[in-house]
Write a protein that binds this ligand. Structure first.
Ligand code: MG
Length: 377
């Protein structure tokens, strides 16, 4: 049972290369499955989310983060009667454009591209990945995903102006994305902000007591946990509280989005698209709590001295690899060399470097940039 404002698979604008339907999977289910079988998806396992595996085997990587986003997204979509298949496809594909080494990698790749008057954007790189780089099917290049999944890749987390991005004009940039895509920006943040508290403690960058002291929503829910489990270990009380924080964010997003949708009077996907603003959101109170968690993570985790060393090394490796391939394009794989006939070298080098996993770029860096010196990431 889908809500009238949910996006139905049979209403899809279809694929770039028309294909016959499948006997028992709809188009969004097929898109989800194509993402799962893609090489870019498998590489997520070896890409840093925030913490590198060197410190612990229990940290999220980009793949496990992605699976958590899919879990949260499906739960909310079901409750709001949105299209779960589309939401799952969007969640599973949402991070495939991320370069190695998390946000440090993204930032430095953008700096390298700016020197060539260009830029790096992980959403747009994800689009290039699914449209061009995946080569699995004899009938078409890329994954040939439906319009709605490609649109969601582009628009889930930010708006693009057609003036600045004329190549994206087909994605209805003057309209809102459907609710299924709007959801992903929120479920992504729910997943990483709760996970980063957990991993931050695991990394010993944070203490449980500090989280309790400095994150107001955590402090409040901890009181309830302490009443219920006075003799439990601190570790279990922390986990029980974190679970409640996640649940609070998810429940508020469901209730507030449902209210927004009903107050707006939208009765179809067309209405959602034409509405003045996005309808998916937290209530003001919970949005403030979300903000407090995020601020706490920025102040205590993302810029912590422990991670700075990793970040510096990551930036150095990416910057040097980028410069190396610009200077020595003949070291690029043949398929990438071929592409430099159609697009500028810096874009092709960027594509190649962005696609690498953490371990592969370190291996390449040892081979080409520091044959004697080992980079200790
Ligand atoms: Mg993400």
């Amino acid at each position: 049972m889908l809500a009238p404002y949910a996006l139905r698979a049979e209403e899809s604008r279809g694929r770039r290369y028309p294909e016959a339907g499948h006997a028992y999977r709809n188009d969004f289910q097929r898109d989800r499955d194509r993402v799962v079988y893609s090489r870019a998806f498998r590489r997520l396992e070896n890409k840093t989310q925030v913490f590198t595996r060197r410190h612990s085997d229990h940290f999220r990587n980009r793949l496990t983060h992605t699976i958590e986003v899919a879990q949260i997204s499906r739960t909310i979509a079901a409750e709001l009667q949105l299209n779960e298949d589309l939401v799952e496809a969007l969640a599973l594909v949402h991070d495939v454009g991320h370069p190695p080494f998390g946000h440090a990698g993204e930032r430095i790749l953008n700096v390298a591209m700016q020197e060539h008057g260009d830029q790096f954007d992980h959403n747009l790189h994800a689009l290039r990945t699914v449209e061009q780089f995946e080569q699995r099917y004899a009938d078409f290049p890329g994954l040939n995903l439906t319009f709605e999944v490609r649109e969601g890749i582009v628009k889930h987390s930010r708006d693009y102006d057609v003036q600045d991005f004329p190549q994206l004009a087909e994605y209805l940039l003057d309209q809102q994305p459907p609710l299924e895509a709007q959801l992903i920006d929120f479920t992504d943040e729910i997943a990483y902000s709760t996970a980063d508290l957990d991993d931050g403690v695991e990394a010993k960058i944070l203490t449980r007591e500090q989280v309790r002291r400095e994150v107001p929503v955590f402090a409040r829910l901890y009181e309830e946990v302490e009443r219920l489990y006075p003799t439990a270990t601190e570790k279990l009380k922390f986990n029980e509280t974190l679970k409640r924080v996640l649940d609070r964010l998810v429940s508020d997003l469901i209730v507030h989005t449902r209210n927004q949708v009903s107050q707006s009077g939208v009765g179809s996907v067309v209405d959602v698209r034409k509405f003045a603003h996005r309808l998916c959101s937290f209530s003001a109170g919970v949005d403030q709590e979300r903000r407090q968690i995020k601020d706490f993570l920025y102040q205590n985790v993302y810029f912590s001295p422990v991670l700075q060393r990793d970040k510096k090394q990551a930036e150095q490796v990416i910057a040097e690899m980028f410069a190396f391939f610009i200077k020595s394009p003949r070291e690029l794989p043949a398929s990438y060399q071929e592409k430099t006939r159609i697009e500028p070298l810096h874009r092709i080098v960027c594509d190649y470097v962005a696609g690498m996993t953490d371990s592969y770029i370190l291996e390449q860096h040892r081979r080409f940039c520091s044959p004697k010196k080992k980079v200790g990431l």
